[in-house]
Design a protein around this ligand. Structure first.
Ligand code: GAR
Length: 214
């Protein structure tokens, strides 16, 4: 019998509520494909830490306020992450800019979810910016992480309508529903060995996913 693929060891990095973490727990944790081996937060008060503990997942907090520089913090973060020997890192509302050495260290195995239709609205306040621009649609994007902020190769996007009476909160809620659908899907593809970053292009089953954008 051909050897079974070992479950993909995932670390999820969070800073806040962790609703995306919850979607990952509900949809792929402790299954045949993948297991979340730890949840790491830079914020000791992140509610997501409680979600992880409730699911029996190890948690670790590394408070960035205790480090003199981004590089010092990121070095410690890398040591912590590497001590778990993960196959995949998922940024799920991890609200820190990561230094190039860290990003390069996890090249091809670090994925982020961002609440806009990239390349539109990199950075913060994405929903407010979409509303102010008069956009008629909004959405979210899952992408491999590269040193340029919110610019890595796209894996999957989801679109939602943007209504005239939306505010940032109503739009965020509509987009989050989609985030909870597409992030576990992308993680499953990776865990199943179907998704790779190859020469700067996200490939699914050996084919470029967004050939015109990558
Ligand atoms: C999500 O909307 C995620 O896309 C966003 O933060 C939220 C976290 O929610 N991430 C970013 O803005 C990263 N630049 P959650 O803690 O409930 O998953």
């Amino acid at each position: 019998m051909p050897g079974k693929r070992p479950a993909c060891r995932i670390i999820v990095l969070i800073s806040g509520g962790g609703s995306n973490l919850q979607a990952l727990i509900d949809n792929l944790h402790d299954g045949e494909l993948a297991t979340i081996i730890a949840v790491v937060s830079n914020n000791p008060d992140a509610y997501g830490l409680q979600r992880a503990a409730a699911a029996g997942i190890a948690t670790a907090t590394l408070d960035h306020r205790h480090y003199p520089s981004r590089d010092a913090y990121d070095q410690q973060l890398m040591q912590l992450i590497d001590s778990y020997q993960p196959d995949l890192l998922l940024l799920a509302g991890f609200m820190r800019i990561l230094s190039d050495p860290l990003v390069n260290h996890y090249h091809g195995r670090m994925i982020n979810i961002h609440p806009s239709l990239l390349p539109k609205y990199r950075g913060l306040h994405t929903h407010q910016r979409a509303i102010e621009a008069g956009d008629r649609e909004a959405g979210c994007s899952v992408h491999f992480v590269t040193p340029q902020l919110d610019s890595g190769p796209l894996i999957i996007q989801a679109r939602v309508p943007l209504y005239r009476d939306d505010d940032a909160a109503t739009l965020a809620a509509r987009v989050l529903k989609e985030e909870h659908r597409i992030y576990p899907a992308a993680a499953r593809w990776f865990a199943a060995g179907r998704l790779q970053l190859s020469a700067g292009i996200a490939m699914l089953d050996g084919h470029p996913i967004y050939p015109s954008l990558n």
